[in-house]
Design a protein around this ligand. Structure first.
Ligand code: DP6
Length: 342
């Protein structure tokens, strides 16, 4: 018997500076978003194609059956129309993360990013070149699993959502922003400060849905477009201080949208606010270029540049540790994107 067809990719998670919040049918975004791929927080996924059996998917996460299997199975089903070769196989999908579960890092982005890279690679092996570059195809496939995942398949900064600001941008897939920004942004670091790892009562998907009837929906789309454009200008011009101003307005707007949706929800915890205050005070006192962002959860991402690493580490150790769950934080930063393992 021939060896089974097998591919393995590793893909990072990403952190949005301008947030995707609200979607249209088909998992298209209401507004453009801008993110960077992380270095350390990664998912490794191996896909093995087996002769078709009754069962469509065998999914293992860190060697064990996982509740994520249902979502992965539905995802594969939705892609079969577009890639008919999928019909002929049973998929064995084995996945693992380099970061702990509930560490405040979006695991669906790296998970769907890695799986989509495997599927795009298999599609190319089984059907030939196609007319779209591999990473773009992977981005488009990843989007269908989890919107933010489409930005994870590139190194450095990525943009998702059609806009005149970025030529070639699309709602269908993300594009890499390359090295058009001032060099210091290539040294952006992210200290992921763990505030609370318990399961959220309201998921991101539910939050996206609430934007459909949100009273601030139109204003949010205008705001996100304006923020994305400003960030690109400021990053090109190397304007570090007011870069963080926009990044923080995005994070606070995201949480304000949650609080003002119907039904409303609140994901911040008392220690989220305490840590935010501490970061602002530290910035006022030291005048260092630091800032923060948040995803749809209580954890805080403290952003800074590599040259200030020692001061930031000292600040975390002395001022923040007691406010973090089990004193936990992850040392991450901008990364080089996915790699093909085999
Ligand atoms: C707040 O990509 O997790 O992290 O498309 O429903 O899977 P689905 O949502 P998801 O939403 C991420 C929202 C966010 C902002 C962002 O990453 O842009």
């Amino acid at each position: 018997m021939n060896n089974p067809i097998q591919v393995c990719w590793e893909c990072p998670s990403n952190l949005a500076l301008v947030k995707y919040w609200g979607k249209k049918d088909g998992q298209f975004p209401r507004n453009p978003s801008l993110s960077f791929s992380l270095k350390e927080a990664r998912t490794r996924t191996r896909v093995t194609l087996l002769p078709r059996e009754d069962c469509r998917l065998i999914f293992r996460f860190e060697g064990r059956p996982s509740p994520f299997e249902g979502r992965v199975g539905r995802y594969l089903d939705t892609l079969t129309g577009e890639m008919p070769w999928m019909e002929a196989y049973t998929f064995r999908v084995e996945s693992s993360n380099t970061f702990p579960h509930s560490a405040g890092i979006a695991s669906s982005a790296s998970a769907f990013g890695a799986l989509a890279l495997c599927l795009a690679d298999l599609d190319r092996q089984l059907t030939g070149e196609g007319d779209s570059p591999l990473l773009r195809k992977a981005s488009q496939l990843a989007r269908k699993g989890s919107g933010s995942a489409c930005r994870s398949v590139y190194p450095g900064f990525a943009w998702w959502g059609e806009s005149s600001v970025i030529p070639g941008s699309s709602d269908d897939y993300a594009v890499a922003l390359g090295n058009q920004f001032s060099a210091r942004f290539d040294t952006l670091c992210d200290a992921v400060l763990l505030i609370d790892s318990s399961e959220k009562k309201t998921s991101s998907s539910a939050g996206h849905q609430r934007m459909a009837a949100h009273p601030y929906q139109d204003a949010r789309v205008r705001q996100a477009n304006a923020h994305a454009e400003k960030l690109v200008q400021r990053m090109k011009a190397g304007r570090y201080d007011d870069f963080f101003e926009v990044v923080e307005q995005e994070a606070f707007s995201l949480h304000a949208l949650m609080m003002s949706s119907s039904p409303s929800f609140l994901l911040l915890k008392p220690n989220s606010l305490r840590v935010i205050e501490k970061i602002k005070d530290f910035r006022d006192q030291t005048r260092l270029p630091v800032g923060l962002t948040m995803d749809a959860g209580p954890n805080i991402h403290l952003l800074y540049f590599k040259e200030n690493r020692e001061e930031i580490r000292g600040f975390i150790e002395t001022e923040l540790l007691s406010l973090l769950e089990n004193g936990t934080w992850l040392d991450d930063g901008i990364g080089d994107g996915p790699v093909k393992v085999e």
